[in-house]
Structures are given as C-alpha cells and as structure tokens.
Design a protein around this ligand. Structure first.
Ligand code: PA5
Length: 444
C-alpha cells in the first residue's frame, strides 16, 4: 500500500494543526459520499474502481486485441483528461527506450489531438504514411477543437490508406452516450464505441475506457491497474490517522493556509514524468478557481536539480514539495570498480545505482527542508500497474477532499472557456459574429 510520510512538514505546520483538520476532512468525505458537495453530478469516480466488472474489462481487452492485431501503430486522439491518464500510465510502464527496442509485439502508441502544432501533425501523418494504423478518438464533449482537428486528419488518412471497411474496424470512439460530434460520427460510421459515464469528468476518467483501452492496447495489465485502485478505494473509509488520502489532503491544506501556495511534485524516476503531468491537470483544473488553489508544479529529479534546484533551495518561500518515490526498481545495476579510479567514484563500486538515487533523494529532501521547503513523501513499492492504480485513486480521492476544504467545485472548469471563446472569435466561427467584431476592434 502507498506509504505517506508527512514528518518533514513538521518544522512548518505542527501535527496538531494537521490533525485539527480531521473533522473537516471527515465532513468533506461525507459530502462526497452523500453527494451533497458542489458538482455532485460528477461523483462517478468515487466508487468507480469497485464498480468495474470482469465482463467490462473483457470487453475492453477484446477491443484492444483487435487493435493490436490489426495495427502496427495506434494514435490516441484526446486532450486534457481525455489523454493524460493513458499517457502517464503507458509512459510509466514502458521501457525508457521503447521506440528503439520495439520488437513488434505491441503497437506503437502515439498521441495527437492534444496540441495544434502544424509541425507535430505533419510529422505524425508523415510517420503514419503507409503504416497499418488505427485511431482511438477520445472526447467526452465530442466537440473539442484540438481533438476534432486531429481526428479529421487521421480518419481521412486511415480511410485512404486502409479503405473504409478496415478503417471502421480500427477506429474506436470513446465519448458521450448521446451527445457531441464524436458520438454522431461513431454511430454513423459504425465504429466500436465506449461510453464515458455522464458522472465522470475528464480528469477523473483514467479508470474508464478513456484510460483503460489505450493502456490495454499498449499491452499493460488493466486488471492489476484496477485492482490497485480498488484496494486504495477500500482505504478511503479508514479513520483519519490511517487514511493516506485524507492525511495528504489535510497536510496540503495546512501548508496552503501557512502561505505555501505552490506544490512541486518531484520524482526520481524519469518514467514518472507524465504521472506528474496527469497530477497537475487533476489538481490544477479541480482546485484553481474562485481565486483559490495550490499551484501544481513538477520537477524530474535529479535532472532538474541542475536547473530548478537553485530556485527550490533558495527562491521565494511559498512552495512545498511532494516526492513520489519508488522503493524497488525493476532492474538491478551495480556500479563497477575501476582500477584507475580517475573519476574518484570507486567508493561507490558494488553499490546499486538505486542506492545512489535514494541518497540523492534523502539528501535533497533534507536540504530542501533546511532551505524552508516542507516535504511530503509518497512511496510505492514498485512501478507496476497495481501500484499505479493505487496512486491514481489516492490522488483522485485526496483532490476531491482538498477541494471541499477549499470550498471550490472540484468538477467544473469554467476558466477553460475563455481561450476558446477568443480563439473561435478570431477564427470567425459561425455563431461568434459579435465576438469576432469585438475582438477585431480590440486588436486594432
Ligand atoms: O478534465 C476535463 O474535464 C478536461 O480536461 C477535459 O478532459 C478536456 O478538456 C477534454 O475534453 P473532451 O473530452 O470533452 O474533449
């Protein structure tokens, strides 16, 4: 099970202060469970893991098997919550040099629809040229511009290259049951489709087909992922003292109240980079509203100790750090001895690389605490599907609780609309005539 260590926040917020929030955390949990919190029509994630049935996982696996056998590459089109969870889990479980060691057993998984970079899309379509590729088109609203744009290109290319009949087999839609252009298109074309439940928002959807299908297509164990989340869901009812998500939420809240407005999620395994990206979206989009919310940032360590290390150690003291640590790496690699010892590193000979990494982690944590940065440590035993499942639910639950403490609706994202309105006005989208005129006048 996930281990949470908050002892290195003690110089900044006392245990008494954190424990003092136990009652408010209990109320927050009650509001989530009873559905009395703001945004209560989006609480489907709360007991999602335990509601997943073997039959449902079999359906996902069967579709994944079709894509795996029919495609050498599968493009996952989606943005935000319709992309980051799958990307995070796939990156965390893949070989670090996946694109070089690909042995053809698994399709190459690519992502699109998460940007509007012309070079990105041109290079992607060039790479796919002549390849047996398929597409998983993911959009809850079914109308997101970035995703729709990429899907339009990919659909056409897939049909041109593979013919309409095969394209129908290798394009899968994951979208709303009834609404949106992605649903209309899927129904019209007869694509295999999965429904994103109405009551599960994008950033809480990794354990729906949104995350599970791409992860299964990549060849990873979705049974274990779900089992990990189910086991973590069981801890959600535990008393405050034994409840890691409740403790994490209360500690964050205490730090925020003490002026620590930025949380930096640090990892010591490059494979966790996108877990931090997923986490940033989960917390950023859920909390950042009404002038409130901890700003979620991230660093990859020890890499970024040589870029952001100075700032963290010595910059403005409005930050705290949360480290995700993997107790046991998958591989074992020992430092060799060298007769000449020109680099002076023979004192490390025979040690595991991970021992050095762990000492870097501990040394950094102590240095940051000395520098005025409270530290939280979240440890998982291994970087596998089961523990990632735990981590996902742990963060979702903590986020749900923390948003109640802040008094914000965790499940909406009104701020995201502002850029869309301007972009559509600038592009002259039909229906935006008034906004187009206003924005053009503003830019004169
Ligand atoms: O968490 C969210 O709700 C958002 O980040 C969405 O996932 C994102 O905007 C994509 O939306 P859609 O799935 O409707 O294309």
């Amino acid at each position: 099970m996930i281990k949470l260590d908050i002892t290195k926040t003690a110089p900044f917020v006392s245990a008494e202060t954190i424990n003092g929030y136990a009652e408010r955390v209990a109320e927050a949990q009650k509001a989530l469970e009873a559905g009395t919190c703001p945004g209560n029509d989006f609480l489907g994630w709360l007991h999602l893991p335990s509601s997943i049935t073997p039959a449902f996982l079999d359906e996902i696996k069967a579709t994944a098997a079709t894509l795996r056998s029919e495609c050498d590459a599968v493009v996952v089109a989606g943005i935000g919550g319709s992309y980051l969870g799958a990307k995070a889990v796939i990156e965390a479980l893949s070989n670090s040099f996946q694109w070089l060691v690909a042995d053809g057993k698994n399709p190459v998984i690519l992502f699109a629809g998460n940007n509007i970079g012309e070079d990105y899309l041109s290079e992607l379509t060039a790479y796919l040229s002549g390849k047996r590729f398929g597409v998983i088109n993911i959009s809850k609203s079914g109308t997101t511009t970035e995703t729709a744009l990429a899907f339009r290109l990919l659909k056409k290319q897939c049909e041109d290259q593979r013919g309409k009949d095969v394209a129908r087999k290798v394009i899968v839609a994951i979208t709303d049951a009834k609404r949106g252009a992605a649903r209309t298109c899927a129904d019209k074309e007869g694509y295999k489709s999965f429904v994103i439940p109405d009551n599960v928002g994008g950033r809480f959807s990794v354990l729906t087909p949104v995350g599970l299908l791409p992860i299964a297509v990549a060849g990873f164990d979705i049974d274990q992922l779900v089992r990990g989340a189910q086991d973590m869901e069981k801890t959600a009812a535990a008393p405050f003292a034994e409840n890691p998500a409740a403790q994490y939420a209360a500690t964050r809240y205490a730090l925020y109240a003490a002026g620590k407005k930025i949380e930096i999620l640090a990892n010591y395994q490059p494979k966790l980079h996108f877990i931090a990206e997923w986490w940033k979206q989960l917390f950023g989009e859920s909390e950042g509203k009404d002038g409130k919310g901890i700003y979620p940032a991230s660093v990859d360590l020890t890499t970024d100790l040589h870029s952001m290390g100075q700032w963290i150690q010595d910059g403005e003291r409005t930050i705290f750090e949360t480290v995700i640590s993997v107790e046991t790496p998958e591989h074992e690699l020992l430092f060799p001895s060298d007769d000449e010892n020109l680099d002076g590193l023979n004192f490390l000979a025979g040690k595991r690389v991970d021992e050095v990494n762990k000492m870097a982690e501990l040394g950094t944590q102590l240095a940051h605490v000395d520098g005025g940065v409270p530290n939280i440590r979240i440890a998982i035993d291994r970087l596998d599907a089961y523990h990632l499942g735990q981590l996902i639910y742990f963060f979702e639950r903590a986020c749900g609780i923390h948003c109640q403490l802040l008094g914000v609706n965790a499940f909406n994202q009104p701020g995201v609309e502002a850029y869309k309105k301007n972009m559509f006005a600038l592009l002259g989208k039909p229906g935006y005539e008034k906004e187009t005129e206003a924005i053009r006048n503003r830019l004169k």
